[in-house]
Write a protein that binds this ligand. Sequence first.
Ligand SMILES: Cc1cc2nc3c(=O)[nH]c(=O)nc-3n(C[C@H](O)[C@H](O)[C@H](O)COP(=O)(O)OP(=O)(O)OC[C@H]3O[C@@H](n4cnc5c(N)ncnc54)[C@H](O)[C@@H]3O)c2cc1C
Ligand code: FES
Ligand code: FES
Length: 483
Amino acid sequence: MIKFVMNGEIRTLKACDPTRTVLEWLREDQRLTGTKEGCAEGDCGACTVVLGELIGECVRYRAINACIVFLPMLHGRELITVESLGTSKDMHPVQKTLADLNGSQCGFCTPGFVMSLFARYQDTDPELPKPVNTVLAGNLCRCTGYGPIQETGNTLQPDVSVQSRFGGSQTVSLLQSIHNSDAGEIIYHDTNFGTPRTAFIPTREEQLADLLDEYPGATIVAGATDVGLWVTKHLRNLQTLIFNGNIPSLKGIAQVNGGLTIGAGVKYSDALKQLASLHPDIGALITRIGSVQVRNSGTIGGNIANGSPIGDTPPFLIALNSQLTLASQAGERVIDIEDFFIEYGKQDLRPGEYVKSVHIPALAENLFFRTYKISKRFDQDISAVCGAFSIYLDDGLVKDARVVFGGMAGTPMRAKACEAALIGKAWESETITSACHAMTHDFKPMSDMRASADYRMKVAQNLLRKAFAESQTSGRTRILEAQ
Ligand SMILES: Cc1cc2nc3c(=O)[nH]c(=O)nc-3n(C[C@H](O)[C@H](O)[C@H](O)COP(=O)(O)OP(=O)(O)OC[C@H]3O[C@@H](n4cnc5c(N)ncnc54)[C@H](O)[C@@H]3O)c2cc1C
Ligand code: FES
Ligand code: FES
């Protein structure tokens, strides 16, 4: 049974299709049609709603894409839609400011813009500034432009008295009453497919391990930023689903020996601060993953487990020699993350196993590190090539090197010939030239809609040149645009 808070009360869904999206439920079952469907794949933001999650005694609000979030993912959370904010006679400050500044352009995108701005308005975390353009990068307007909408964001100042309507003590106690409650088994009989669809929302890792043992073919769903599209775009019939978003032990980040251990269920938004403090390039890279809505849902574990050759975290994780902890009923095993990616579509994940955490070791004193993402658009775009470089220097000589790329092969992969051309040589431009040449032996990249094979190779070589050039200058700064 799924329980969540909506408009000040607990809603209970006894029987529902666990692959029904929140957007479908809102529009088709509840007739709350303020939330719109544009793309049904997390790209346009028309479906933006806000989820509230209990963090200690407070509720943290975040914008997400309702089109790729399944109903069981609401369990234990608060759902806020554009209808929850205000009416034309009694507008929420976000709605009123948008209207006053002529930012309510078309009825299709405006609710999404309102909800993204509302989430920013509610989130007063002083440590993470939220530039308006970053917040709105996942909301597309195809008509007039963004000027009045940006102005609205820049004009809005959180008003504590209004804010108390959301996240107040009543909401906190409602959420506490359902927090960590066991949803039990959710069974749905879909007459189109004839077989029941079953879902579970475990709250402990032991339950997760037991379920994976009992249902070896089950699909783990973390943030559903991949799995959601399997359903909305590929129309896949997922029969058994295990949602791991309510397991606290998968959502922790710990500093261990100067490095970071990150639970598989940690969302990009939650990992940003610590990853950025490990190295600013990693922070900058994380803010290039999807949009705010995608980063509020997608997890680090999902980005690793999906085995995608164009996922953005594996290159830097491999370059930093990170270790992956895999767990099952049989216990845990730790592997180097580079060994996890066997070939395209094949990962070292045994039946019954799940990704538990990834450990990124502390960056060594003599390490020169860089990571870069190249995509057609700055925001909300998948990498054509993603590169990461770990160069260990000793008195001007390259003692060791890990050069890793996504987008160049069927898996994220080290450029071993390139590394061999660097190791033992002086860190100077002649060495870089021969390492770039050696890289042509490492990869035979493919041509696709994102880039041609030639372009990919040129870019990969140029990223190494860029890293070298940056190593020769000091005082380089990066602007970290927080989520
Ligand atoms: C609009 C949009 C933009 C995107 N942009 C980017 C981008 O810029 N860069 C990028 O790298 N990706 C991008 N993605 C892809 C996606 O966001 C990431 O791959 C994300 O990290 C997946 O995490 P998730 O939690 O949503 O995984 P899910 O979709 O829930 O799961 C993905 C896969 O991993 C498995 N899985 C999840 N967790 C575990 C676990 N703990 N153990 C074992 N298996 C597990 C699932 O079974 C599934 O096979 C984008 C997606 C969308 C929709
Ligand atoms: S409908 Fe486009 S992001 Fe959801
Ligand atoms: S606001 Fe909808 S297309 Fe511009």
